[in-house]
Design a binder for this molecule. Structure first.
Ligand SMILES: [Zn+2]
Ligand SMILES: [Zn+2]
Length: 272
């Protein structure tokens, strides 16, 4: 059984990873993966905090690309390596992000929301004094608002990302509780031939649901969606293809029988 391609990987080119690219590639090879795509962070206007400098998530694209093409050539008989990016959406950045993506010959682009009102839910301080249920709703609304003005991407990254970091034991999250806005996001993606990043990170870290959860994946399929990519969102070598066996079974159970890789932003379908 060959695992699906891993289409969400970070290396030292991303502000929050120190992983050498070659270690990530070797790890993929060890797991028998035939294709990977690096998707380094490009989050413009990420807020300055105590421990992060202004350009923490700004990607040095030229240097990243040079390194990637070196390994692509070096490993070409062993594994296919694609050139991707994970772009952080904020409404005021729609044009800047478009210009950026179009200025490069990316194979694959993930569009993600990492910030709401300029704050990252990754930090516990984000949640202080916030109504969790309302914040989830705002997050989905903000996602749709961004997708309506930014179109230069292939898949939406980790659709319910903020749930990963929400205070534990909250009972406010389920697809049903936000079905209207989530359906609007999914319908929008489908009408634009865009896909979903099936993000397995929570599966191999705290063993919770993937992002998005399986109810949302199932709903995307029901509404006519066909494009999913598998992404471990690994920031270090041992996490490459993390929980991919389990994720593959989950995708099959949600009704998918194929998944995608990309070449110059065009999807290529493979049997699951
Ligand atoms: Zn992300
Ligand atoms: Zn990521």
């Amino acid at each position: 059984m060959i695992l699906p391609a891993d289409y969400h990987l970070h290396t030292h080119n991303s502000g929050d990873s120190e992983a050498p690219m070659e270690e990530m590639i070797e790890s993929a090879l060890k797991k028998g993966i035939k294709e990977i795509c690096f998707t380094e962070h490009m989050d413009m206007d990420y807020p300055v905090t105590e421990d992060l400098t202004k350009d923490y998530f700004l990607l040095d694209t030229a240097s990243y690309k040079k390194e990637l093409y070196k390994y692509k050539e070096m490993y070409r008989d062993k594994i296919t390596i694609k050139f991707g990016v994970e772009v952080g959406m904020q409404t005021h950045l729609a044009k800047k992000n478009s210009d950026y993506v179009r200025s490069e010959d990316f194979d694959f682009v993930i569009a993600s929301i990492h910030l709401i009102d300029g704050e990252d839910p990754y930090y516990p301080s984000f949640w202080t004094g916030k109504d969790v249920k309302k914040t989830f709703g705002q997050y989905f609304e903000y996602t749709l608002e961004n997708l309506k003005i930014f179109d230069d991407y292939c898949v939406l990254g980790h659709l319910d990302y903020l749930v990963r970091y929400a205070p534990k034991n909250n009972k406010d999250y389920s697809y049903q509780a936000y079905s209207e806005i989530i359906d609007a996001i999914l319908t929008h993606l489908i009408s634009k031939d865009k896909g979903l990043d099936f993000n397995t990170k929570p599966l191999y870290t705290d063993k919770s649901c993937p992002n998005p959860n399986t109810e949302i994946l199932k709903r995307y399929k029901e509404l006519g969606g066909r494009i999913i990519t598998f992404g471990s969102d690994a920031h270090k070598a041992d996490a490459v293809a993390g929980s991919f066996n389990k994720a593959r079974m989950m995708a099959l159970a949600c009704g998918f029988d194929e998944y995608c890789t990309f070449e110059k932003k065009i999807p290529i379908f493979h049997r699951l």
